[in-house]
Design a protein around this ligand. Structure first.
Ligand code: ANZ
Ligand code: ZN
Length: 983
């Protein structure tokens, strides 16, 4: 064997391989030959490499599952710094039993990102687990009599099998389900820990109570008529004692740290806005308006009238005061003023909404601004006071300052009650502060008008606090009032299938924490056949379980029968993945330090509010208290960085299915009702009618679902993954069309065939491991290019084109993997790179070989099995691409691009829209961003003889341009020069 290879390697081989190398090499050679069939079976490749990766992983990293740990984590000792670690996480699934395309999309994205970082030599954590508590399991138990645990286990097994087909690089050794006692033991510990921190309370709260089933219902289980989805009974509102997490304690931090997440697009703007809105901080004020009474001595001295406003800066536009008909003042007036009485009576009788007010003729109000003195002269007039139907008696102070210019209700009221009254605008959209003519209320923020005195011209949002503060310090008639929409988090569920609340209720000692050594409080087995006949929380019927002893006085006591909201589980599961088998702690400090926070979190935008807010709260509460030194290391500035669980958030779009409709009836058609014999022109079976085709959310009723498992079995994981990425940018809706997979399948085949052919020559010449030094290669060629033969020039040109495309592809695919959102462009870049490599027949063999190797590495995150197969053919003696040793195999630009800018393109130069000249400039390097591109192009233009001739006058001095418009690809540039230079 040794001799045979030696002969094969021939004289072209510079170094004689050592015998051991030869042995390995020949093995690989043999095995490559086994697959050297013309027909490529992609699903088979998946299987082959899945098996090898698993074996490799097991060899390199013995399963965590086998070794539960105690005080410290049993992770491999980490010599690497946290910066070498990447924690990539996709939102873990609910085990419904069937994997759908939405799952497949998010896990594909996560896996591609994870594999990319692995290839960069990073230590990647890509775990997977199950969000396994929740109602469906309980309902299945009630309906079918299977225990929730059993139902859940079976579903998990089924989904895991389906998931494995996609060839993800998940670390299954860390797998857990939130319903494992080993997990929920720590959910209970965290509950008790939060209680120690003072973040858990028990309060009365109103719940939806079904009087027939005697159970609490979630809001979603109550229909629009207020009836139970199960029993149909009219739902009652009942106050129950329940458990709350005091998330409101963290409201300031939750809001403040959104700024951190907004930097560099770490989180999508949309999600940040939703979080902000949910927290709902508003800065309002309470103002007191002193009242002036004319006559009416029976009223005595009147107190200042207090109003509440969410727009304190509009006080300069207050034109009246309105009080509620049920206010104390209105009642006092009615006791002696018959007109007031009459008004209130009509108001009571009227059933329609109306804006008719009653002006109290003998009372006026002073605007607090008028007390400030000469500074705001416009505000000295006292204001009329009305009783108004739109002012609610039980909201805030039951009185408002009427600002017709900036509030719709005040505007309507003013128009009806003081039709000839002018309207004072204090805010204008115009940044000069001059008010623009308007005929309705202006409700937005803007700039203060001159009515605001020294505040005029300033942004209305920015002056709020200063105005309230000035009035407070000078008149003591104001006070800032900040409000939040956020409420404490009610976590009690009167349900069986959740984490039991680890509390024991004792008649004499009150609620007591279950002692640590008795955790977890495990869910008792409940006979659902029996329980389903009865109503209510099955846990209440588990009397043996409920009755227990008080940990403090050892008297008889009862367990809490509430379980926790499943959002509690998902608020911390990502911490557990860092240290999943630790028995004593939810996560130990070393593991937390190594892996947390999550580097890239990927999931659906439907979780933009609650899940993410709860997780952020948990991380701040737990990590902030337990391990205060572990923070999200944003920008490497640890001191100022905050406790945030997810450094980057990627939200992926939905997958919509191809839907066929009968054009006449609008009915959704089943697959067997559509004749697809001509795929480009489907017909409704038995007719000549064409169905309407749309893309809609997949659902059974629309017959538009696609089963990912069947699809992968048919086309292979690689093609499926590439197809998913290629069809739409990550954040956008993906319209799923089975037929479109042909394109990516063809691409993968093309790569394979090309590599296969190339590999044959590699085996002949043995030059595959020769390093290719592009800089040296192209520099040398350039020198002797002067007297090249025609044939060699063609080779030279093609080689340059190929290598330039390789370098540009490295830059752009790397950027796509870093930014994630544009992963679809990575697939198209790789497809064009493939075309260039194959279609440039004259490129030299070394360049082709090197280029193909780079292509294979670049496609590896997306099509891992195909890439691995190709790699084994090209580099038979270098082990696998995806090696557990985390070899940095991702290509880097080799710095040869400047040498390869041989190609010139025409560029039309215009100044202020007028064409001046056409110049030849090199193609722009693709790694320039917009600003740099402008500067680069200008520099290139100025170096051309045409520009030196045509642009050498001051009015054409493009260096002085105030704006530069570069047309796509640099085919033209328009420079806008300031008018002055036009002389
Ligand atoms: C002056 C003003 C100017 C207002 C402006 C709005 C816009 P929310 O956001 O719901 O808290 N308001 C206050 N108390 C009220 C009551 N008892 N009944 C009816 N309306 C009442 O709404 C607060 C705003 O609703 C307050 O801000 C007040 O009108 C009105 F350009 O004050 B505003
Ligand atoms: Zn007790």
């Amino acid at each position: 064997m040794y001799h045979a290879i030696r002969k094969l390697a021939g004289p072209g081989c510079l170094q004689l391989p050592t015998p051991t190398l030869i042995a390995r090499r020949s093995l690989f050679a043999l095995h490559t030959r086994c697959y050297a069939t013309a027909h490529l079976n992609l699903p088979k490749l998946d299987e082959k490499w899945r098996q090898r990766w698993t074996e490799n992983r097991q060899r390199e990293r013995p399963s965590l599952a086998a070794k539960p740990s105690t005080t410290s984590s049993n992770l491999e000792p980490d010599s690497q710094s946290p910066a070498d670690h990447m924690y990539i996480l996709s939102m873990f699934p609910y085990p419904s039993g069937t994997l759908h395309l939405g799952h497949l999309r998010v896990y594909t994205i996560a896996d591609v990102v994870a594999r990319y970082h692995t290839l960069r030599g990073r230590n990647v954590l890509l775990p997977m687990g199950w969000d396994a508590f929740g109602l469906p399991a309980e309902n299945a138990a009630i309906e079918r009599g299977v225990a929730p645990a059993e139902w859940t286990r079976a579903n998990i097994a089924r989904m895991k099998e389906q998931l494995e087909l996609m060839n993800g690089s998940f670390d299954w050794s860390r797998e857990f389900a939130t319903c494992d006692p080993g997990f929920y033991k720590h959910t209970q510990k965290l509950f008790l820990l939060l209680r120690q921190f003072g973040l858990v309370t028990r309060q009365h709260a109103v719940v939806n109570w079904d009087p027939v089933d005697k159970t609490v219902l979630a809001n979603e289980q109550v229909d629009s008529e207020g009836r139970s989805w199960r029993s149909g009974a009219k739902v009652e509102q009942r106050p129950l004692e329940q458990w709350f997490f005091r998330i409101t304690e963290f409201k300031e931090a939750l809001l403040r740290d959104l700024d951190e997440l907004a930097k560099e697009n770490r989180w999508p703007d949309r999600v940040l806005a939703m979080q902000k809105n949910w927290l709902g901080r508003t800065t309002g004020a309470r103002y007191r308006f002193p009242l002036i009474l004319h006559g009416q001595p029976q009223l005595g001295a009147l107190e200042d009238l207090e109003i509440y406003t969410t727009r304190p800066e509009t006080i300069f536009g207050a034109q009246f005061i309105a009080i509620s008909s049920s206010s104390k003042l209105a009642k006092d007036l009615a006791s002696f003023d018959p007109k007031v009485r009459e008004y209130l009576e009509t108001l009571e009788k009227s059933t329609e909404q109306n804006m008719q007010g009653y002006r109290i003729p003998y009372i006026q109000a002073h605007n607090p601004i008028s007390r400030i003195g000469s500074e705001f002269p416009m505000q000295t007039e006292p204001l009329p006071v009305f009783i108004a139907p739109y002012v609610g008696g039980d909201y805030e102070t039951g009185a408002v300052m009427g600002v017709p210019a900036h509030d719709a209700r005040d505007f309507a009221f003013w128009q009806q009650n003081v039709p000839s009254g002018e309207i004072k605008y204090v805010i204008t959209p115009n940044s000069t502060g001059h008010s623009t003519k308007m005929d309705g209320p202006y409700l937005e923020s803007g700039y203060m008008t001159k009515l605001a005195g020294k505040y005029s011209g300033r942004s209305s949002d920015e002056v709020v606090e200063s105005i309230v503060e000035q009035i407070r310090s000078e008149t003591n008639l104001s006070e800032l009032q900040t409000k939040w929409k956020l409420r404490d988090w009610l976590i009690s569920r009167q349900r069986y299938w959740g984490t039991p609340i680890p509390i024991i209720h004792c008649g004499s000692c009150g609620p007591q924490a279950v002692p640590d050594d008795q955790l977890p409080v495990e869910l008792p087995e409940v006979d659902f056949h029996w329980a389903s006949g009865r109503a209510g929380n099955p846990l209440e019927f588990a009397t043996d379980w409920v009755n227990t002893t008080c940990p403090k006085c050892h008297g008889t006591a009862k367990r809490d029968t509430d379980t926790m909201d499943t959002f509690v589980d998902s608020s911390w599961y990502y911490m557990r993945f860092a240290d999943p088998r630790n028995e004593d702690h939810p996560v130990c400090e070393a593991a937390a330090r190594t892996h947390l926070p999550v580097d890239v979190y990927i999931g659906g935008v439907e979780h933009a509010i609650l899940h993410l807010l709860y997780a952020r709260f948990f991380y701040k509460a737990i990590m902030g208290n337990l391990y205060p030194n572990i923070k999200a290391d944003h920008d490497g500035v640890t001191e100022t960085a905050s406790h945030e669980p997810f450094k980057r958030l990627i939200t992926q779009g939905m997958v919509h299915g191809k839907t066929y409709l009968d054009p006449d009836s609008g009915r959704f058609l089943k697959p067997d009702e559509v004749d697809m014999s001509n795929p480009s022109e489907p017909k409704i079976v038995g007719s000549e009618k064409c169905p309407i085709i749309t893309y809609e959310k997949m659902s059974k009723s629309k017959h538009n679902g696609v089963d990912p498992t069947t699809f992968i079995s048919k086309h292979g994981a690689d093609a499926t993954r590439a197809h998913i990425l290629f069809q739409a940018p990550v954040a956008e809706v993906l319209n799923w069309d089975d037929n479109k997979i042909a394109g990516v399948s063809r691409w993968l085949r093309r790569v394979y065939d090309h590599v296969h052919a190339l590999a044959a020559t590699v085996q002949m010449t043995g030059d595959s491991s020769m390093p290719f030094d592009a800089k040296e290669y192209f520099a040398r060629k350039k020198e002797d290019s002067i007297d090249m033969t025609k044939e060699r020039t063609a080779q030279w040109d093609d080689s340059m084109t190929v290598w330039r495309t390789v370098q540009e592809s490295i830059i752009s695919v790397t950027a796509a993997c870093e930014k994630v959102y544009a992963l679809n462009t990575a697939v198209s870049t790789l497809m064009s790179l493939t075309n260039i490599i194959i279609d440039k027949p004259n490129a030299s063999h070394v360049v082709k070989l090197a280029a193909t190797t780079e292509l294979v590495r670049l496609m590896a995150p997306i099509a891992p099995a195909s890439a691995e197969e190709c790699w084994s053919m090209l580099r038979p003696n270098e082990g696998m691409l995806f090696d557990e040793a985390a070899l940095a195999r991702w290509p880097k630009p080799d710095g040869s691009l400047p040498l390869l800018n041989f190609a010139y393109a025409k560029c039309t130069v215009a100044v202020n829209g007028k064409k001046r000249c056409v110049v030849d400039i090199p193609l722009a390097p693709i790694d320039l961003d917009e600003n740099k591109l402008e500067a680069w192009i200008t520099e290139q233009i100025l170096q051309t003889p045409q520009a030196q001739e045509k642009l050498n006058t001051p009015e054409n001095d493009i260096r002085k341009a105030t704006k530069v418009f570069v047309m796509k690809g640099g085919k033209g540039v328009n420079y806008l020069l300031p008018k002055g230079s036009k002389i």
